[in-house]
Design a protein around this ligand. Structure first.
Ligand SMILES: [Zn+2]
Ligand SMILES: [Zn+2]
Length: 382
């Protein structure tokens, strides 16, 4: 059951309000992203089936991003015709074509739909083995930030991720009135809000700032092309408008929503690469998480048993996240060792190759004087 939570500190209340706004923005964007993502996926698969010979065999669940051979081929050494940096086409040696004749073409389509110049699909968020059947796995290649690998649908993805998909995917642009490619456009501005709110140094916000955030979120959902005509988006607008009323109520359910969002942020931070910043950000989010939990427990008078249960759950979540962090660090270390080992192997091979070359040169010399011996010590005799 939802209990009302009274927050005496108005700036804290405004921060909670902005956090709730982010949740509503995501609610309003997710069905739209899901629909357009499906349309795009249909278009890609239909085109492949109509134009490719032999007829593609869908689904394909065997390809890997590291070994997939694209349909396009490099122009010359290191030059990709689609301008993707470090494209699979530039390293053809260990690549193999999709046995079902479909994944290479999807790879090409994703690069072609990417709005950045040059295109920078974020392959790590996506599972190639699901490309031919799961539209969201294709959409996730347009989220240029780590931490979305386990998100299997638009509903599962936070508003930052959804805005990445809309901004970075050309296919979405014809469904958006705002020029998302333009400088300082509204969609790109709102994309920063989640970060600004959850990674702010404290959990306080001026009322005017919170209202500005919410006004911009409303403006995104009222974009004149498709969103304005979608019921789900407009329902989210009404929830955002309610937040702006002076007497809006914050309940324990709202607190749970914010807790869930902070939890998600913590997981995302674990995927970041910068170690020092990661630790700091993680600790900061953990502090916010605990503060929230404590506040909620305080509000639930007479529900001691439940509080105890919640606190033990909180402890479990934090322990899980910490063990994840340790695991990630371990994997990173293993990768570094593997890298050093490969480098060592490479040096040994390089030495061997140069030695071989030397012997070959000697051979050449010997052949010119019709000597049958090719060893260094014989050279002088020749
Ligand atoms: Zn290429
Ligand atoms: Zn394949």
């Amino acid at each position: 059951m939802a209990h009302e939570i009274h927050l005496k500190n108005n700036k804290y209340r405004q921060w909670v309000k902005a956090g709730l706004g982010l949740g509503y923005l995501k609610e309003g964007l997710a069905p739209f992203c899901d629909d357009i993502g499906r349309q795009q996926h249909n278009d890609i698969i239909n085109k492949i089936q109509q134009t490719k010979t032999p007829q593609p065999n869908v689904p394909c669940g065997t390809c890997q991003i590291t070994t997939l051979q694209p349909d396009h081929v490099r122009v010359s050494k290191g030059i990709c015709p689609l301008n993707q940096d470090k494209c699979n086409c530039c390293f053809p040696n260990n690549k193999r074509p999709c046995p079902n004749n479909v994944c290479g073409a999807i790879y090409d389509s994703i690069i072609q739909y990417h709005a950045s110049i040059p295109p920078v699909p974020f392959w790590k968020n996506s599972d190639v083995q699901q490309w031919s059947t799961e539209p969201w796995e294709v959409c996730k290649c347009f989220i240029n930030a780590p931490g979305y690998k386990d998100k299997t649908s638009a509903v599962d993805t936070d508003c930052t991720g959804l805005l990445h998909v809309i901004i970075n995917n050309n296919y979405f642009h014809s469904h958006i009135g705002c020029n998302v490619a333009g400088p300082n456009n509204l969609f790109s501005k709102v994309r920063q809000y989640r970060n600004e709110i959850f990674h702010s140094s404290n959990m306080e916000l001026e009322e005017s700032k919170a209202n500005c955030y919410i006004d911009d979120m409303i403006a995104v959902l009222q974009d004149g092309k498709d969103l304005l005509h979608r019921q789900d988006a407009q329902q989210a607008v009404r929830k955002l408008q309610d937040l702006k009323k002076k007497d809006f109520i914050i309940t324990t359910v709202d607190f749970d929503e914010i807790l869930g969002q902070i939890n998600e942020e913590m997981k995302k931070v674990l995927y970041s690469v910068d170690d020092a910043a990661t630790k700091e950000e993680y600790d900061d989010l953990k502090k916010k998480f605990i503060e929230f939990k404590t506040k909620m427990s305080e509000e639930k008078e007479g529900e001691k048993l439940e509080n105890e249960k919640e606190l033990s759950e909180l402890k479990k979540t934090i322990m899980e996240l910490e063990s994840q962090m340790v695991q990630e660090k371990k994997e990173k270390l293993e990768m570094e060792i593997e890298h050093a080992d490969l480098k060592k192997k490479f040096t040994v091979l390089e030495t061997l190759v140069s030695e071989q070359k030397e012997v070959k040169q000697l051979n050449d010399v010997c052949h010119t004087c019709i000597c049958i011996f090719a060893l260094k010590k014989i050279k002088i005799i020749c």
